[in-house]
Design a protein around this ligand. Structure first.
Ligand code: ADP
Ligand code: MG
Length: 291
């Protein structure tokens, strides 16, 4: 027989939008010191819209920049890729046939377009490869907290695309309520420092970590645990899965990837970050019933 408190907790969880996959982790939730949220798709909606297309080469116009980028991104599942492909659709730009598509984990994507290597990559990728560009429109977009990706043909930057994602309206309330409960709130993202800073300030997070590569997200959680904290991680992506598994309490967004859900202890069925509060509250309430 299932102990009554377990059945009650499961039902209470379900009624509050929680799918509890690991009961022992759920019991730990009452002791959480810090919650680390992924940015894209977790605190934000995860759907990027193109803000501007900037040309960085006198022989390449904006439509060509978009066409090259959309062609490469047509094979990527990344939310940035979807935003770029959508913009191409809207502008009736044809997708060119591509070969040798490859995702560059946490940095971008590349493929051959008409036999020429084209990359769509993060500012971090350019820095690492000592490719320098300086463009007023790009700088201005970055200062406005936009996500910027560069389009390279060979090693040469031909353009840049700035995009933005919306913060989920519920995120701010969720963070305020968690802080009130004395939980430290943090954000981790592969996106650029300026974007992370702008989102963290808008939402009121205690701290953030930017430009974290997918395989380093787990290490970051481990580091906080080594500092003596009980840590929860909330995420939606494939790249969050190792961190979700490492966390004392792994929480996946219901609208996220299957891989994230399979690595998590709890799934937020409604994809509402405020439901993290229900995790804490129900965990505390069921503990009181147990003793
Ligand atoms: P997050 O932690 O926000 O989910 P990712 O690790 O998925 O971020 O990506 C980090 C960064 O890598 C993005 O902000 C972007 O600059 C770049 N990137 C990753 N995939 C792509 C892609 N398909 N096209 C363009 N840029 C990408
Ligand atoms: Mg994400």
């Amino acid at each position: 027989a299932i102990p009554l408190v377990v059945a009650v907790t499961t039902t209470l969880g379900a009624n509050n939008g929680l799918l509890i996959r690991q009961r022992t982790a759920f019991e730990e939730a009452r002791k959480i010191d810090a919650i680390v949220f992924d940015k894209t798709g977790t605190l934000t909606e995860g759907s990027f819209g193109v803000d501007r297309i900037i040309t960085l080469d006198e022989n390449t116009n904006e439509n060509t920049v978009l066409q090259m980028a959309a062609s490469v991104e047509s094979q990527s599942e990344h939310p940035i890729a979807r935003g770029i492909v959508e913009m191409g659709d809207e502008k009736d730009i044809s997708i060119k046939e591509i070969q040798k598509f490859e995702a560059i984990s946490g940095k971008g994507a590349q493929a051959e377009v008409e036999g020429k290597k084209v990359l769509v990559v993060s500012p971090g990728y350019l820095e690492e490869n000592s490719i320098s560009t300086d463009n007023a429109a790009v700088n201005e977009a970055r200062e406005r907290g936009k996500t910027v990706v560069y389009v390279l043909a060979g090693d040469k930057p031909i353009g840049a695309i700035s995009l933005s994602d919306r913060v989920r309206p519920e995120s701010k309330k969720a963070i305020a309520a968690l802080k009130e409960q004395g939980v430290k709130t943090m954000m981790i993202t592969g996106d650029a420092e300026a974007v992370a800073k702008s989102v963290a300030e808008e939402i009121g997070l205690d701290d953030y970590f930017a430009e974290v590569l997918p395989d380093r997200k787990r290490e970051k959680i481990k580091q906080l645990q080594d500092e003596g904290m009980i840590v929860a991680m909330v995420g939606d992506g494939i790249n969050d899965a190792p961190a979700l598994a490492q966390a004392d309490v792994g929480i996946a967004i219901g609208a996220g990837t299957d891989v994230a859900m399979e690595s998590a202890d709890i799934v937020l069925v409604r994809s509402d970050p405020r439901d993290v509060l229900a995790v804490l509250n129900i965990s505390k309430a069921s503990y009181r019933k147990m003793i």
